[in-house]
Design a protein around this ligand. Structure first.
Ligand code: 6PG
Length: 258
């Protein structure tokens, strides 16, 4: 357990990426089961990128003791924190990565998979439709925010999370649920949930692995607040938990790291 100056968080470190993924799968199963027991359903936003792939594969694995056996799959609703502006068949698609690692196992009812329509030519339209879907699913009134049971996130070495990249308007979005920033470094649009959506979650769980993230992880968790440069610092649920699962390599530069 640790706490930074401005961002209360719980940090857990693990020997390697495999251990991070296994712990995250256990946490996923625990939160899903608790939410379904309490409210009859669990709303979970998935992360993209490469780090969570192993977590999704582990969730699909069979076994009496496997996390899969503890997840109430029929009552699970899956969303994404962000998506690349490509079709669902594209190699860069976060949806495709999740489909191959988890959804193809056939555990989640198709009607419960709420993907971002990133194949639309207009990314702003994709963001607008996604916002509409969220408003309908969570039955939100005009000024209300959704409350996800769990939101998975990753962090880039530049400090971005979801598709909240430094220098983009999405970082300052406080009104809309979803935005479609132009990301100059990749010369593409992305579709992303806005910071207040993450900050209204019951729990956010960051997965961070690899030595290339170590310096940034230290800055994000222990450095001075500078969220315009390090958007990951924006994520701190007001009434929820903020968990960071890191492997030893990513955590190597944190205070107290051995
Ligand atoms: C995406 C993401 C993004 C990701 C980080 C870390 O669509 O790329 O959701 O925010 O989590 O870039 O990515 P890696 O896990 O690949 O390092």
């Amino acid at each position: 357990m640790a706490s930074g100056k401005a961002t209360p968080f719980e940090l857990r470190t693990f020997p390697d990426g495999e251990a991070v993924a296994r712990a995250a799968a256990d946490e996923f199963a625990r939160v899903a089961a608790a939410a379904v027991a309490e409210r009859g359903r669990a709303a979970i936003a998935l992360a993209g990128g490469s780090t969570p792939r192993r977590l999704y594969q582990i969730l699909a694995e069979r076994g009496a003791e496997a996390p899969r056996a503890k997840v109430p799959w029929d009552a699970l609703h899956l969303f994404w924190g962000d998506e690349r502006h490509v079709s669902p068949e594209h190699a860069d698609s976060n949806y495709r990565m999740t489909r191959e690692a988890l959804l193809d196992a056939g555990l989640v009812p198709a009607a419960n998979v709420h993907r971002i329509r990133a194949e639309l030519a207009d990314a702003a339209e994709a963001a607008r439709l996604y916002e509409e879907e969220l408003r309908a699913f969570f039955r939100l009134r005009a000024s209300e925010w959704p409350r996800f049971d769990l939101m998975l996130l990753g962090m880039g070495a530049d400090g971005h999370t979801a598709s909240l990249f430094p220098g983009t308007d999405a970082v300052g979005e406080v009104r809309r649920l979803a935005a479609s920033p132009w990301v100059e470094k990749f010369k593409t649009y992305r579709i992303t949930l806005s910071p207040p959506v993450f900050n209204h979650a019951a729990e956010v769980l960051f997965l961070v692995t690899g030595a290339d993230k170590a310096a940034t992880l230290r800055e994000v968790l222990e450095g001075e607040p500078d969220p315009a440069r390090l958007p990951s610092q924006l994520i701190r649920p007001a009434d929820g938990r903020c968990l960071w699962f890191a492997d030893r390599a990513a955590a190597a530069r944190l205070r107290g790291a051995g």
